[in-house]
Design a protein around this ligand. Sequence first.
Ligand SMILES: Nc1ncnc2c1ncn2[C@@H]1O[C@H](COP(=O)(O)OP(=O)(O)OP(=O)(O)O)[C@@H](O)[C@H]1O
Length: 449
Amino acid sequence: MIDSVSIVVIDDNLGSLELLSAALARPGLEIFTASNPVDGIELVKQHRPRLVLTDLVMPGMSGLEVLDHVVAFDPAIDAILMTAHYTTETAVAAIRAGAADYLQKPVKLSLLRERVSALIDSAARRQRAHSGAEMEFEGLVARSDKMWELFAMIERVAPHFRSILIKGPTGAGKDLIAQALHLRGGLKGRFVVLNCSAVVETLFESELFGHVKGAFTGADRDKAGLFDLANGGTLFLDEIGDMPMATQAKLLRAIQNQEVMPVGGLTPKRVNVRIVAATHKDLKSAIAEGKFREDLYYRLAMVELAVPSLRDRPEDIALLARHFMRKFAHEFAKPIDGLTPRATLVLERHSWPGNVRELEHVIGRACMLTEGHLIDVDSLPDHLVQPERLNGAAPDDCGFGTTLTLEEQEKRLVTQAMKEADGNQSEAARRLGIGRDALRYKLKRYDLL
Ligand SMILES: Nc1ncnc2c1ncn2[C@@H]1O[C@H](COP(=O)(O)OP(=O)(O)OP(=O)(O)O)[C@@H](O)[C@H]1O
């Protein structure tokens, strides 16, 4: 794969152009250089590289304009901008405009090599994910484009952001995404979590900022706050929408000034903490209702990541189900090694209001109930198997509703089994509970060979 990789480097300073290409040179990597943006864009169109490395300030055209041209030509090409005037804000703005990374000049060559390799590897991984070979990112399992776009964004912003807001419905994976942001940030400090909906209002500030001895009744010694614990790392504020307004004001000050004042204290302490906030609520409505501070919202939402609900990425359901099946089979020490095609179909047609967490519970329960090697519909909850009867909803056409004929249902089951068995007919027959000859007959009959 590596022999087809090429890079275009654009810099008006010939010395730095030479230095960069010499630093990046490695077998299997083709490097094209241009000393002005117009020639650079021409090279991009000619060679369609995997990566463009461009200076930000150049005569005639800025690196951001180069970025616009690259994104318009092929959004799959990654671009790294380099600037002598690095700030977190400009880095984040460039990434939002489509840059893959943003580096400070003079560029540390070891860092450059590291980031370039990471981007090339990640582009290759995205490609493999598309072809179905690799589907895991920092503990998150997915095959949908929506999730892989999110993972690419995490990879890009993780080294740069100071605060970030993750939005998404309950159980969709916000917690894991916060952890991925921390892991990919290359930080030395810890990942510390506060669930804002679980804190008593009066103790909020002491939890976050700590307190000094005698600050209030019961404060019999100095206590460190979560900002202290997370120093050099990440503070994850889950359910930020439940934070009281007064605390929100203090949080905003702490983020802006990078210092905290313990309750009852007189001297502020410097801290270096990244904030990841998450919410399943619509914070804009909370602002309109006077329950959330607009200034804090805009501070947090400098980068916003939206986690799609499971319903909007049905292609992840079977993969996640198998992931949880393996986890619980191991946990319960049971020899379960798959799901029947019809159980998978039932899972795929459910609307998952509780998202991945609900799926995890369903599979956990099924693994507990399953006696044999495969999870079948009899181990799934009734409301999944017969939704129309229980919910009074209209039957759908996804498999077991009344609008599909028996033949159509059978064709779907056979197709699904072949897919799950990676085309292996013996395995597909085993999953369907029929002989190999019977399967071959059905494959022929439904034109699936
Ligand atoms: N893509 C995924 N791959 C593997 N496991 C996942 C994935 N998404 C979520 N999970 C698992 O599903 C469960 C719920 O996820 P998580 O706690 O991250 O959701 P959440 O959005 O933070 O929920 P809440 O809003 O209720 O806090 C967890 O056990 C988590 O490990």
